[in-house]
Design a binder for this molecule. Structure first.
Ligand code: XIL
Length: 299
């Protein structure tokens, strides 16, 4: 049984991985994704520097490939990501007028999310907007619009695809414990925004873990999940992929009723963005690693 099948048996929606046209085009890799995963997240093709590198000139070639592949192969998709300070073209970072940036965010979000309306389960509408002390990262979005950019982005996203679940996603929110300032800061802001009517459906915790950090995941994830209707682990990879760390991390989601799924950030170690850390569930020969077997046994 695949972990995805086990997850569905446990009432979760998916066990997923990131992918893109290149990785789907490698037959061995594609076969593993077809057999073992129920959801794909575009690793890079949905980001602003790819989708709107210059203003108003949209490029969805890569994202179309991923979404079409998912539809053909009956896989779910997590959309990733519309508003992020990184992989952001300099024409956006250079904007200093509130009205201009508002329109630019609305056009970008509406065009990208609207294009795939009805085909995407969840969108990371806003990514990595908090700093380590739990305040707003001083991106162009926060500098020009303050926290209002969150409302602007989520309202545009909800209009563009009313069926998609809209997520706010970040890192270092489950790694350091439930009282870590970034975790409590995210919780405080998200609760406030939801209470004010901002259409946030879920909190995503990336979970790019160092060895030994997994013990902090259950309590931190529970705290995050209590702050929104849904939550998910969205980009899991763990330095050295110890079976115990993987089980603790993945089981944290399994044990929380509104945690809807887990996504690992890649299939095979050498293709990981942290390749030197061997953080994934498959080795260079596409064989499962001990952490995979431990998950199948324990879940
Ligand atoms: C990473 C990709 O895996 C790399 O290929 C790319 O060079 C940089 O971005 N947080 C995120 C992801 O939200 O989009 C990032 O993905 C990893 C950190």
């Amino acid at each position: 049984k695949s972990i995805d099948a086990i997850f569905k048996g446990l009432g979760k929606l998916y066990f997923g991985t990131c992918a893109d046209a290149g990785s789907l085009g490698k037959a061995d890799n594609e076969a593993v994704i077809k057999a073992d995963f129920g959801q794909v997240t575009p690793e890079n093709s949905g980001k602003w520097d790819t989708t709107e590198a210059s203003q108003g000139k949209f490029n969805f070639a890569g994202l179309d490939t991923l979404v079409n592949w998912a539809q053909t192969n009956k896989k779910l998709v997590r959309g990733h990501t519309t508003v992020w300070y990184s992989q952001l073209p300099s024409w956006v970072s250079a904007i200093s007028s509130k009205d201009t940036l508002t329109t630019v965010i609305q056009t970008h979000v509406t065009t990208e999310i609207g294009r795939y309306a009805g085909k995407i389960l969840q969108w990371d509408v806003v990514n990595e907007m908090f700093d380590e002390s739990g305040g707003l990262r001083q991106s162009v979005f926060a500098k020009v619009l303050g926290e209002d950019f969150v409302r602007i982005a989520f309202e545009a996203a909800k209009k563009a695809d009313p069926a998609a679940k809209l997520f706010i996603n970040d890192y270092n929110t489950v790694e350091k414990g439930s009282t870590y300032a970034k975790t409590t800061g995210m919780i405080k802001y998200v609760k406030k925004w939801i209470a004010a009517g901002v259409p946030i459906d879920g909190i995503g915790a990336q979970a790019h873990l160092m060895a030994g950090e997994a013990k902090n995941v259950p309590a931190s994830l529970a705290a995050l999940c209590a702050a929104a209707p849904q939550c998910a682990l969205t980009e899991v990879d763990i330095v050295n992929a110890s079976p115990g760390d993987y089980v603790t991390t993945v089981k944290a989601c399994v044990d929380i009723p509104n945690c809807v799924g887990v996504t690992v950030w890649g299939v095979r170690d050498p293709d990981s963005w942290r390749a030197s850390n061997n953080p994934l569930l498959f080795n260079s020969a596409y064989a499962t690693k001990p952490a995979y077997a431990a998950l199948v046994e324990t879940l």
